[in-house]
Ligand binder design. Structure first.
Ligand SMILES: Nc1nc2c(c(=O)[nH]1)N[C@H]1C(S)=C(S)[C@@H](COP(=O)(O)OP(=O)(O)OC[C@H]3O[C@@H](n4cnc5c(=O)[nH]c(N)nc54)[C@H](O)[C@@H]3O)O[C@H]1N2
Ligand SMILES: Nc1nc2c(c(=O)[nH]1)N[C@H]1C(S)=C(S)[C@@H](COP(=O)(O)OP(=O)(O)OC[C@H]3O[C@@H](n4cnc5c(=O)[nH]c(N)nc54)[C@H](O)[C@@H]3O)O[C@H]1N2
Ligand SMILES: [Mo]
Length: 688
């Protein structure tokens, strides 16, 4: 044997870091210190050995030639993306000096901005939260994705709780509501296929005829933002046809004033014909879905976050969450609903130990909503707002591409007097606006541990390879900064492995098991609400919640009903759901994946295209009062009449004129949860 050719090969356990319900367990093959293969763990039930196309390319992203591998300092005008490499000491000294100077005036002028570039508990708000709490920086309200539906679900059930995803394989009826599962929740789809093979009926409720809708038995292509009306009409049918599980409702659903009797009255005002008008669908389809829901068990709803990105998103979630209660679907383990399972982790996680809010030492800094970053970076100091934002530290997020109304976001980040630090893998649209860019490690290079929102397993991520170039984990960067700021609390010296251990309550997640297998299933009853027991004050599902009233259909901010003059000028509704081969704006720069997605485009129905003289493949202007976005038109019946679909969050710099869909979206918030309403947006489209 020629010893020179013997390679050292190992397989390291990991967790997919991305913002996706599936949070897969990974197996990373490392040869001579280089990650050569990223695969799914066959033993982890939700992953079942399979990965999506994009994450199977994770190594391509890690070794990408354009990865930022040294700290960088800005040498050109703000936003031009012109940098020169500097050493770590110079970078960290500069940042610490600036933060000290600002904090001496008012630490709330410093704003951390982060979201779920990694969902890891350690590289997310582990050391970073400690740092900003000690500094007394502004707090960030993390609303950009899920807080409308999340808060609504918690208001109704008492927590962000749902079915075990595995049990969908035993359902007889599955309603996929506001979710493109094959794109955004692929591992759930495997369970749907099992159910389908066993004879289950599958419905899809989505304005767009998605690849998921193609594979369901029925598709209701409603207008965006009308889900609440549909849910009310379904309730109407359940009541008038006697499909209410009176026993379950009497024992487990709120009664009395503002309870089921009031909800029932409201539902009776919504015959299918009324909802059909609002939703732009056939009343007969609503009747058929109601019959299926009322007469099939076990029946389950896979609600996802697509449908709550509109003004009335919170109310719609409250109404939909009542449907499995009214029919007693929760009696079965394969019945009920799954929007989020993240609440099951609440008592298992030890966020207080990890994030150390005690370091605030009694201070109560102001909170800035990440969804209105466009306006907030442009605000002057005032008694209501507090100090002007003087420094932003961005990690795990790309706000210039993903936050609504980008023109304002760009204006804010282009402020010459704003000091911006971005921790990143790549020169994203946001990193282009930095004064200092710091190279961060990817999931293959650092420790982490994960909870999930689409299943109920805790996961461990061990580093598979050494950091590439001079990259450092987020934790290390905040540890180094803390030292330069003179923070002496021992918690700033905790290692990443210690942080992993601190993240969990030992009685809920056994550290040895996590280490040995890479994942641990939380102990949760099979059919958690078969006998009620919702974690609300009285154990019942809540219909009326103090401050929120009886749930109702709340029309869009921008639609003919609420803004007729605006709708006359901008008659098309635009939604902008994810592209299958990107993860929000992540992976947009991975060539093999970008090649599959092609180029930025807007889907438009043949009728709407011909009325505007738009030819397929033509470049069009998509515009409203907030701005204009040029891209290619794809004429397709995937778009319903009156609705255009601008897919994926492209980097602005890949756009034809340096913009993306968020040039058109606005910063008005949802009814519940202070979230953005990305899919509540009127536009017009014209040939360019
Ligand atoms: N491949 C891929 N997977 C992803 C992501 C990604 O970018 N790419 N993003 C991840 C993230 S951050 C999240 S939050 C989840 C999102 O998970 P989901 O919410 O399941 O994902 P989407 O594909 O965004 O589903 C949105 C669907 O809702 C539809 N929709 C839009 N408006 C309405 C409406 O008013 N009513 C109804 N009923 N439907 C509507 C859209 O057409 C789209 O098909 O997915 C995660 N998974
Ligand atoms: N128009 C429109 N806009 C949307 C949406 C939509 O559907 N339509 N979806 C919204 C939703 S659901 C969400 S969740 C948000 C998502 O918004 P973001 O959370 O900002 O998600 P990404 O665009 O994926 O950007 C994450 C960034 O984090 C970086 N990153 C990843 N891991 C690490 C790490 O370990 N360390 C550091 N320092 N950086 C890391 C990645 O390189 C990437 O650039 O976008 C929202 N914006
Ligand atoms: Mo999201």
């Amino acid at each position: 044997m020629d010893l020179a050719t013997v390679k050292s090969v190992s397989v390291v356990r990991g967790a997919c870091p991305h913002d996706c319900p599936d949070t897969c367990a990974l197996q990373v093959t490392v040869e001579d210190g280089r990650a050569v293969r990223v695969a799914g763990d066959p033993d982890h039930p939700p992953t079942h050995g399979a990965l999506c196309t994009k994450v199977s390319r994770y190594a391509e992203r890690t070794y990408h030639p354009e990865r930022v591998l040294t700290p960088l300092k800005r040498v050109g005008p703000k936003g031009a993306g012109q940098f020169e490499p500097i050493g770590w000491d110079e970078a960290l000294d500069t940042i610490a000096a600036r933060l000290k100077a600002i904090a001496a005036r008012d630490p709330e002028a410093v704003l951390p901005y982060s979201y779920a570039g990694t969902m890891g508990l350690v590289q997310g708000e582990g050391m970073a939260a400690r740092f900003f709490h000690k500094l007394g920086a502004s707090l960030l309200d993390r609303t950009i994705c899920a807080s409308a539906g999340g808060d609504a679900l918690a208001a109704t059930y008492g927590g962000k709780l749902g079915m075990h995803v595995e049990h969908f394989s035993e359902s007889r009826l599955i309603v996929i509501w506001g979710s493109n599962s094959i794109t955004a929740n692929l591992h759930f789809w495997t369970f749907v296929q099992q159910a389908k093979r066993a004879g289950a009926q599958v419905w899809c409720i989505d304005p767009r005829r998605t690849e998921t809708a193609d594979k369901c038995h029925h598709h209701i292509a409603l207008r965006p933002g009308t889900d609440g009306a549909l849910a009310l009409a379904l309730m109407h049918e359940l009541v008038v046809n006697g499909w209410v599980d009176e026993d379950y409702v009497a024992r487990h659903v709120q009664q009395g004033e503002g309870g089921w009797p009031a909800m029932r009255e409201r539902a009776l005002q919504w015959p299918p014909e009324r909802a059909a008008q609002v939703c732009g669908v056939a009343a007969q389809d609503i009747r058929e879905l109601a019959r299926a829901w009322g007469t099939t068990q076990p029946a389950a709803i896979r609600l996802n976050y697509g449908m709550q990105r509109v003004h009335g998103g919170g109310n719609a979630v409250r109404l939909i969450a009542l449907l499995p209660c009214i029919t007693g679907a929760w009696r079965h383990r394969a019945g009920g609903m799954l929007l989020s399972a993240s609440g099951w982790f609440k008592s298992a996680r030890n966020d207080a130990a990890l994030q150390r809010t005690d370091l605030l030492a009694g201070r109560a800094p102001r909170t800035i909503n990440m969804s209105t970053i466009g306006d907030d970076l442009l605000r002057e100091a005032s008694p209501e707002f507090g100090p002007k934002v003087e420094a932003v530290i961005v990690y795990n997020s790309n706000p210039v591409a993903v936050a609504p109304q980008s023109r304002k976001v760009v204006q804010g980040f282009a402020r010459e007097d704003l000091f911006t630090v971005v921790l990143e893998h790549f020169l994203t649209d946001t990193a282009d606006h930095a004064d200092i860019v710091l190279p961060a490690t990817t999931q293959l290079e650092h420790w982490d541990t994960h909870s999930a929102y689409g299943h109920t397993y805790a996961l461990l991520n061990e580093p598979a390879i050494a950091p590439v170039g001079q990259a450092r984990p987020n934790t290390q960067i905040f540890r180094d900064l803390a030292a330069r700021m003179g923070y002496t609390e021992p918690c700033f010296q905790d290692t990443d492995e210690q942080l992993v251990a601190q993240a969990w309550r030992p009685e809920a997640v056994n550290a040895a098991e996590l280490k040995a297998r890479g994942w641990v299933k939380l102990v949760i009853p099979d059919a958690p609400f078969a006998e009620g027991g919702f974690p609300t004050p009285d154990g019942r599902v809540r219909i009326t919640v103090p401050g929120l009233g009886l749930p109702d259909h709340v029309p869009n901010h921008e639609c003919a009903e609420t803004e007729p003059a605006l709708a006359a000028r901008y008659p098309l509704a635009m939604i902008s759901p994810p592209a299958r081969h990107f993860l929000n704006s992540t992976f947009v720069n991975v060539k093999s994946l970008r090649a599959i997605e092609g180029e930025p485009l807007v889907e438009i129905h043949p009728q709407d295209a011909s009325a505007r003289g738009i030819a397929s493949g033509a470049v069009v202007r998509v515009f409203n009062d907030r701005g204009e976005y040029r891209c290619k038109a794809e004429i397709t019946e995937r778009a319903r009449p009156g609705v255009v679909n601008g897919l994926g969050i492209w980097w602005r710099k890949f756009g034809l004129d340096g913009t993306n869909v968020n040039e058109l979206t606005h910063q008005r918030l949802t009814d519940i949860g202070r979230a953005p309403s990305f899919y509540d947006c009127l536009v017009e489209v014209a040939p360019a």
